[in-house]
Design a binder for this molecule. Structure first.
Ligand code: PRP
Ligand code: URA
Length: 209
C-alpha cells in the first residue's frame, strides 16, 4: 500500500496559503515553492538510512550516525517541478538530478513526454519526484511508470497541492510508492484545475502568461 503523508506543519500550511494568493508575484512565488519543498523534503527524508562512523571530537572518539551512501536522485517533472529542486538540494547537496519533461494537453489533459535525462545507476537510487501539482494524476503516473521502467524501486513523489482525484489515481496506479502532499484540496474543476489550488504552477513559477 502507498504511504500517503499529508503535511500538517503550520509553516508549510502558511506558505501554501501565501502561494495561493493571486497577488503573489513570480519572485515570491518561486521563493515560497523552494521553501515549501525544503520543509517537505525534511519530512520525506526522515527515513534515510544512516550508519555509525567513527569520529574524533576534541573530547573523545565516538561512533556517530552519518547518512549511509549517497544514493539519492531528485527527478523533477518539468517544468514546474524544477521550482522544488533547490529546496531539496539544500538538504542533500550531493544528490544527483535528472529531468522528466511532461506537459498536459490543454484539451484532453493527457500528459505528453518531451524530454528525459536520468543520472547513472538510477535503479540503485532512492528517487525523489517533485511536482507542485497533482491534479488528474496523469503526469505523476506517467513519470513513475517511466522511472520504474528504468528499474527504480524506491520512489517518493512530492507535491505541494493534490486533488483527491489525482491522489486516488496515483495510489491505485502505483501502490508501492510513498506520496508526500503539502495540502489535499477540494476537487478538480471542469478544466482539470485544482480548486481552490493556485492556478498554473509552471506559469506562476516562470512568469509565463
Ligand atoms: C502541471 C503540473 C503537473 C501537471 C499536473 O504541469 O506541474 O505536471 O500539470 O496535472 P495532472 O495531474 O492532471 O497530470 P503542466 O502540464 O501544466 O506543464 P508545465 O509544468 O510545463 O507548465
Ligand atoms: N496543473 C497546474 O499547474 N495547476 C492545476 O491546478 C492543475 C494542473
Amino acid at each position: 500500500m502507498s504511504k500517503v503523508i499529508i503535511m500538517d506543519h503550520p509553516l508549510i500550511k502558511h506558505k501554501i496559503s501565501l502561494l495561493r494568493d493571486e497577488r503573489t508575484g513570480t519572485k515570491d512565488f518561486r521563493l515560497l515553492v523552494e521553501e515549501i519543498a525544503m520543509l517537505m523534503g525534511y519530512e520525506a527524508l526522515r527515513d534515510l538510512p544512516t550508519e555509525l562512523v567513527e569520529v574524533k571530537t576534541p573530547i573523545a572518539e565516538a561512533y556517530v550516525p552519518m547518512l549511509a551512501g549517497r544514493k539519492l536522485a531528485v527527478v523533477p517533472i518539468l517544468r514546474a517541478g524544477l521550482g522544488m529542486v533547490n529546496g531539496i538540494l539544500a538538504l542533500v547537496p550531493s544528490a544527483k538530478v535528472g529531468h522528466i519533461g511532461l506537459y498536459r494537453d490543454e484539451v484532453t489533459h493527457e500528459p505528453h513526454e518531451y524530454y528525459c535525462k536520468l543520472p547513472e545507476n538510477i535503479d540503485q537510487r532512492l528517487v525523489i519526484l517533485p511536482d507542485p501539482m497533482l491534479a488528474t494524476g496523469g503526469s505523476a503516473i506517467q513519470a513513475v511508470d517511466f522511472i520504474k521502467a528504468k528499474g527504480c524501486k524506491n520512489i517518493k513523489f512530492m507535491c505541494i497541492i493534490a486533488a483527491p482525484e489525482g491522489l486516488e489515481a496515483l495510489k491505485k496506479a502505483h501502490p508501492d510508492i510513498d506520496i508526500y502532499v503539502g495540502n489535499l484540496d477540494e476537487r478538480l474543476n471542469e478544466n482539470a484545475y485544482i480548486v481552490p489550488g493556485l492556478g498554473d504552477a509552471g506559469d506562476r513559477i516562470f512568469g509565463t502568461k
